[in-house]
Ligand binder design. Sequence first.
Ligand code: SF4
Ligand code: SF4
Length: 383
Amino acid sequence: METVAPFKEVIDEIKEKGGDAISRCFQCGKCDTVCPWNRVTQFSMRKLIREATFGLSEIETEEIWRCTTCGKCPQVCPRDVKQIDDMIAIRKMATGYGVFPAAVQLVRSISAGLTAQGNPFNEDRSKRAEWTQGLSVKTFAEGMEVLYFPCCYTAYDPRLKKVAQATAKILNKAEVDYGILGSKENCCGESIRKTGNEDLFKRLAKENIKAFIENGVKKILVSSPHCYQAFKNEYSEFKVNFEVVHISEYLPELIDSGRLRITKEYEKKVTYHDPCYLGRHNGIFDQPREALKKIHGLELLEMAEARENSLCCGMGGGRIWMETPKSERFSNIRIEDAVEDGAQEIVTACPYCITSLEDSRVVMNRADVIEVKDITEILQDVI
Ligand code: SF4
Ligand code: SF4
């Protein structure tokens, strides 16, 4: 093997930015065998880690931006190399130097939108609650049971607004005492943090925490597993601790307590796609399945890659803001798996997964064969 003199300054910078586990790697290559990228193209986390241990990371290439932070390779790594933290550390360097390859350029304007308006679309902050039009949704006030925090996508994106609306209909039906913060909400910051923009994450997090505290928020209900991850696991770095619940956990609770009654049948074959940040990162596998199993007539199918072994949709780690050629989208495989299993609908519980699966159903010419739904969109039809 060629001998390479380590670039100590680069290694120190990677370690200082959170990638201090790189030196534990012994190049077994197990990470590459499970990485979804190797289903669609060639990609080697093993190689990126090796380059990092020698201080030879090439921050101008797209390779350092590929990891979707899906959490699959950390499950099999025998040395706990913490690949996700390592990649974020290297991205922090690239972001710090302002180096973004062509496929990643959009991250700049996304950051500008997040800075100016608190959302990645640079949509007017004052329009954040427009999804509630025609629905009875109150502004959160201290003493209410729960704050509903729709993510930026469910608040602004035309397809995903339907998820926030379905959630509000369910909460109204169950007579939950809830409210939203509307224009006082900012993006949770989870995905921009994964692109290495730590300062912007901190700014968004602090603004949200301020709004939560000023309004007396104790319990937060979220639609997005990315908001769940941020509020539950990352905001604790700011010494705050809110009770955080994802809608897929809340639904079986509402049904079991009798607050939500299922009154209609749903005669369809449905398969459930585990979002990485709900399943692998936060261990929520059973609750969404429990909610679906309570629906009469619904036949729940399991894809071969389910639960801890679920296939990433490709949108985590900030990839939702990066270009992925149509032939390299993991969600194409997911749509084909679901169709082959005979599912009429693929249901999930994450706005990012819905975005990618909706896209793949068109890319794969499967739009007339399978539908993509959020779990709330099924529940709203049976109550
Ligand atoms: S699985 Fe872990 S130890 Fe093996 S090559 Fe990948 S990072 Fe290194
Ligand atoms: S976390 Fe997922 S996408 Fe990233 S390198 Fe590991 S397996 Fe691949």
